[in-house]
Design a protein around this ligand. Structure first.
Ligand code: SF4
Length: 631
């Protein structure tokens, strides 16, 4: 019997209703380990090139890893993959909570959805039993009500649910998949893929926890994390303030995106800070299965905005996109936007950034009252922002139809002036870490296969001389020994970007939480990752074997894009990021196009890819043991 996994992947054909179980041997599990790698294995085989992302040929995978559900901090996460309806490139997103661990205990390591159901359905997975059931009565419901009804219907309050909301059903291209009503696999619009397949939800419950090769070793890793939490001030602050705790440090560095990324400073930053959130509306801290950090927020407001704790509290990215991007300084309104996104099933980054883009276009006369159905979209107007969010979710009126397409497609309908205001890469809205201030973000935003992402490499500040012995020591374990300033984009920084992209690729293949597991400030560093994989599975992996697993993830996603016709030309930043910032500590900062093109040359070379096309070579795929992907 394997340790740490079941050796079983569910294949659900929604068109025919046929369900089968795919079994794989130990070599397969050790080669891919989980997450995106599992997903790519199926996507590249089952999806024809050029498939309509919202059609039945798209393939949606929800994958766990060999570590999911083991009792230590930061392992209860799942990865969703499909062709992205937002970008046409690979879609990839992770979410945590209790759903992933419960799914593992239900007896499987992941699920592949093919085809499209005739009418709404949900999948019920319980101790190795699987059934597709009618979900007509759930269609139209938000994530909270969907979870509540399914628990009642299945007669067990401990059933865990992941679902799409009305946004996914309405094929909004920034729709998310929601675990436990407040943990979003938000990026790249995969909620709309669920909606397009008439797949409302997956409900799971089980007691089939896999065995571990070395249970005492697993316990030791859990104890290591608990001990580290007691002495690691940064991790304690993450628990106390959540990711919202970085609002003020971003502002201090001039890196808090404001007015749709025109500036890196917001004079309302204190009003939307993690500290203010903790003092005013925080009612409780929440967690994911077995995690000691408890960084998730539960907030409540009784004012005009009425936010309930069940829908969670805003993360930093949400505070930025609905706060500083839109110049909204009302934390209750930002929390309301967060709660609506969680209930309706929307990516807070994609939705907030699309609205910020629309506000700028309206303020500059590019969007008219006719385009907005008379809604005056003004900087700082929280009511207008929330009205736009409602319109987007339900595709109401001209404004709703426009925003539901995401900012890049909306701008293409309006014209060049609207396109000049985009903050998107490959059509996906950028998160709230500014490349002008942390230069490697510019490179990773450009080259990352699923668009601009802040969790696809470590951040520049960890590689500065001043970042401390711990961070520099851990990065040295990855072979990174040439620290450089945050605004540097020389060869040393390009190497840092690629190597830590492989590292975060490994984190996502293992479905480890990047707040617990990292190469810089987290609870666990590179040295512990092989230790935990070995304790769970009984293998004798090394860090270098594991880094190849991370490299496979990056290469497989890039192969998918190459197949869809993406090349180096698509690895580019929006013009706005090449313009100097205005005001604050980053006044005048810019990242030039030449700088990015030069860094791309170095990056592709270092990755072993073709510099002209920016795509993997057959030789590189062969080296990584995934030569099959070349064909
Ligand atoms: S650190 Fe936060 S997000 Fe990560 S597993 Fe723990 S509670 Fe969940």
């Amino acid at each position: 019997m394997p340790h740490g996994y079941h050796g079983k992947i569910l294949i659900v054909d929604l068109s025919s209703g046929h369900i089968q179980i795919d079994q794989h041997d130990e070599t397969w599990y050790r080669t891919y380990m989980g997450g995106t790698n599992f997903g790519m294995y199926y996507l590249l085989r089952h999806m024809p090139p050029g498939a309509d992302a919202l059609g039945p040929d798209n393939v949606l995978t929800l994958m766990l890893s060999v570590l999911t559900g083991a009792p230590f901090s930061g392992q209860s996460r799942m990865t969703a993959n499909a062709k992205s309806p937002l970008t046409g490139a690979i879609g990839d997103s992770q979410a945590g909570g209790f759903f992933p661990a419960e799914f593992k205990n239900a007896g499987f390591d992941g699920v592949v959805f093919l085809g499209k159901a005739e009418k709404p359905v949900y999948l019920w997975v319980h101790d190795g039993q699987v059934a597709l059931r009618d979900a007509s009565h759930l269609w139209g419901l938000g994530s909270w009500e969907t979870e509540t009804r399914l628990r009642q219907e299945l007669g067990d309050p401990k059933v865990e649910v992941t679902c799409c909301g009305p946004a996914g059903e309405n094929l909004v291209r920034v729709a998310a998949i929601l675990n436990m009503r407040n943990r979003a696999a938000g990026r790249t619009g995969l909620g709309a893929v669920m909606g397009s397949k008439n797949l409302k939800a997956i409900a799971v419950r089980g007691s089939l926890r896999p065995s571990y090769a070395d249970p005492a070793g697993v316990k030791q890793v859990a104890a290591l994390g608990a001990a580290e939490l007691k002495r690691n001030h940064g991790m304690q602050e993450l628990g106390k303030l959540g990711t919202a705790g970085v609002v003020l440090s971003q502002e201090f560095a001039g890196g808090l995106p404001t007015r749709n990324y025109q500036s890196g400073t917001f004079d309302g930053c204190e009003e939307i800070s993690g500290e203010r959130l903790a003092e005013t509306i925080l009612v409780s801290r929440d967690t994911c299965y077995a995690c000691a950090v408890r960084c998730k927020r539960e907030v409540e407001t009784d004012d005009a905005y009425q936010v309930k704790r069940e829908l969670g509290g805003p993360e930093y990215e949400t505070i930025a996109t609905f706060g500083s991007y839109c110049e909204v300084r009302d934390l209750a309104a930002v929390s309301k936007a967060n709660a609506l996104c969680n209930d309706y099933g929307l990516d807070t980054i994609g939705a907030g950034a699309t609205i910020a883009w629309a506000i700028e276009c309206y303020e500059d006369g590019i969007l008219t009252d006719q385009d907005t159905d008379g809604l005056a979209l003004r900087w700082g107007d929280a009511h207008a922002m929330l009205a736009a969010l409602e319109a987007m979710t339900f595709r109401r009126g001209r404004l709703g139809q426009l925003l539901a397409e995401g900012s890049a497609r909306a701008a293409a309908q309006i014209g060049p002036d609207a396109q000049a205001r985009l903050i998107t890469v490959k059509g996906s809205e950028a998160p709230a870490h500014m490349p002008q201030v942390k230069r490697s973000m510019g490179l990773i935003y450009a080259v990352n296969p699923f668009g601009a992402d802040h969790q696809s490499s470590e951040h520049d500040t960890s590689y500065e001389e001043s970042s401390g012995a711990r961070s520099l020591g851990w990065l040295a374990e990855l072979g990174l020994t040439r620290p450089v300033p945050a605004t540097d984009l020389s060869e040393a920084k390009v190497e840092f970007t690629l190597v830590t992209q492989y590292w975060t690729g490994l984190m996502d293949a293992l479905n480890l939480c990047q707040f617990d597991w990292g190469a810089t400030w987290q609870l666990y560093g590179p040295g512990t990752v092989a230790q935990v994989v070995n304790a769970v599975t009984g293998w004798e992996t090394t860090l270098s074997e594991l880094m190849e697993v991370g490299a496979r993830r990056v290469n497989l996603m890039k192969v998918f894009n190459a197949r869809e016709g993406f090349t180096r030309q698509d690895d580019k930043l929006p013009q706005r990021l090449h313009q100097p910032l205005k005001g604050g500590a980053s006044d005048g900062y810019q990242v030039t196009e030449e700088e990015i093109e030069l860094a791309k040359d170095l990056y592709y070379r270092l990755a072993g890819w073709d510099v002209a096309t920016g795509n993997p070579t057959p030789q590189k795929l062969h080296e990584l043991g995934i030569a099959w992907a070349a064909s």
